[in-house]
Ligand binder design. Structure first.
Ligand SMILES: [Zn+2]
Length: 435
């Protein structure tokens, strides 16, 4: 499968060098020892045959009758060409945008100053870079888009890297799943199909047929590939939302993250994802897994409001039953205090939803994150019973905290959801008022 178009475009050749190699890279015999690792060469193709013809040329070797012309031709004789990343464009500036983006990737260095940069007039440090670890298309795409140069980047797989150290641990699983994701990108591009027609891996669906062919190609079972696809999707979601730092946190072998933690975080909001990733980098947390103490915005869809209120109501009803049997003054007093805050939070949410206040002033200071977290964490009264009240308060006030951002993101209730929410709020208020 080699489906590179004949149009003009920009490309990156991704090479792997298993061990340090001395290569003379021009006609004069200029020699340089290249360390092991990954090499990215940025180029562009216009004219007859476009990308297709140029990349066919890069794939070939002297043995195929190639005339040596560029520095990269000499390098290619020694290194393994693993992947080609490319994008169709007539804009010749993209070659330099791409080179500058690669130059800024973490760990990227210019291995040989005179190599491949002879015709660049755009101040790029080079068009040929060394990376110690496996390069990530997801990171590259996210960096391109943060620079405002987003174009569809397609990937063609050429050869598998050799050597044990090419991909450690979880990264292997990611790379396997990514192979399917990239094949799917191409299929969506070429088939003019909506991306959501490719999400289901159920039998006979398009995505499933493609996955089965990828599994065969990679010599793994379909269930194994399916797990890898789920994982790769989670990783790419985190990179899309948090950029390169997500990649370095997820695959940092000095501070390994559990697969489960990565999967869980990927299902939360982008704000929480960045909060956790940044926290791990700054040494505030060891795991990127979401934690109940996170007070950042964390609502992905409106349905979460209804679900949180239902759980809060359950806790408050159980609390009410348990309080009937107790005569502990301290417990009753603390429960009343928390119940009152539950009522105030529910009331506030009701006001927000009926649109009587602007989202900007949705959270009054007595319901502020710091205030509430201090109250919830001050455990003068201990035990399961009071835990129910604390849990209910957290669940209700969370909706107030997230309200403004939810509206800004268009996470608004349907008429039915609004009706259900207002009903739940009323029931919560009735439950806590009785005490
Ligand atoms: Zn340049």
């Amino acid at each position: 499968m080699f489906s590179i178009p004949q149009t003009s475009g920009v490309y990156i050749l991704v090479f792997h060098l298993a061990k340090a190699t001395s290569i003379s890279f021009d006609r004069k015999g200029t020699r340089h020892t290249f360390p092991p690792g990954w090499y990215l060469y940025v180029g562009s193709a216009c004219g007859v045959g476009g990308l297709s013809r140029r990349l066919e040329r890069h794939r070939s070797r002297i043995a195929d009758g190639k005339n040596m012309h560029w520095n990269v031709d000499y390098f290619r004789e020694h290194a393994l060409l693993c992947e080609i990343w490319y994008s169709e464009t007539d804009d010749s500036r993209f070659e330099h945008y791409w080179a500058q983006t690669v130059a800024d990737l973490k760990g990227a260095t210019v291995p040989a100053p005179k190599f491949g940069a002879s015709d660049c007039k755009a101040d790029c440090p080079s068009h040929f870079f060394h990376l110690p670890g496996c390069p990530s298309t997801a990171v590259f795409r996210s960096q391109l888009s943060s620079r405002g140069h987003s174009t569809a980047v397609s990937v063609e797989f050429i050869a598998e890297p050799r050597g044990k150290r090419s991909a450690p641990g979880l990264q292997c699983q990611y790379l396997l799943g990514r192979r399917f994701l990239e094949h799917r990108n191409l299929a969506i591009r070429d088939g003019n199909l909506e991306p959501d027609e490719w999400t289901s891996l159920a039998e006979h669906r398009r995505a499933r047929l493609l996955a089965e062919s990828v599994a065969k190609e990679m010599k793994v079972s379909f269930p194994k590939l399916k797990e890898a696809i789920k994982f790769a999707t989670a990783v790419e979601t985190l990179i899309e939302n948090c950029g390169e730092s997500a990649w370095s946190v997820i695959f940092d072998h000095n501070r390994p993250q559990a697969r489960k933690a990565i999967m869980r975080l990927s299902r939360t909001s982008d704000v929480r994802q960045c909060h956790r990733v940044k926290g791990v980098i700054e040494g505030l947390f060891r795991s990127i897994a979401p934690h109940s103490d996170d007070t950042v915005f964390d609502t992905v869809k409106y349905g979460e409001v209804t679900s949180r209120l239902a759980r809060a109501r359950g806790s408050l009803e159980e609390l009410r039953k348990k309080l009937k049997k107790t005569r502990q003054g301290g417990l009753l007093q603390e429960a009343q205090k928390l119940s009152r805050l539950c009522r105030l939070s529910a009331q506030r949410l009701d006001m927000c939803l009926r649109n009587r206040i602007a989202p900007a002033s949705a959270v009054p200071c007595y319901l502020g994150k710091e205030t509430i977290m201090r109250i919830v964490k001050t455990k003068t009264v201990k035990g399961k019973v009071i835990g129910l009240a604390r849990a209910a308060l957290r669940l209700i006030v969370k909706n107030v905290w997230d309200f403004g951002e939810m509206m800004r993101r268009g996470l608004v209730p349907t008429e039915q959801q609004l009706y259900d929410t207002l009903r739940d709020i009323k029931q919560i208020q009735e439950t806590v008022e009785i005490d």
